[in-house]
Write a new protein. Structure first.
Length: 79
């Protein structure tokens, strides 16, 4: 991966948190910052096409708490 250098200003308290997190994880502070930038960029990214989530056939009505509890209990009894 090709990286480009840039300068940013950061709050000293935030930098202290980054320094501690990097030490705990055994990685560089730069790695923590690159990961945070990547996550922020992905969160703000505008996708050209909508995501294709799978759909499931069902009765079209919400399932009740009782039905979930019954299914879990039935599954547990089969074990």
């Amino acid at each position: 991966m090709s990286l480009k250098r840039t300068n940013v200003y950061a709050d000293p308290d935030d930098l202290a948190v980054i320094r501690d997190a990097a030490a705990r994880r055994g990685v560089s502070e730069a790695e923590i910052i690159r990961e945070a930038i990547h996550r922020a960029a992905q969160k703000l990214r505008m996708w050209s096409e909508p995501l294709d989530f799978p759909s499931f056939d069902g009765p079209g009505t919400p399932i009740t708490k009782e039905a979930v509890a019954r299914s879990v209990a039935d599954g547990a009894q089969r074990r």
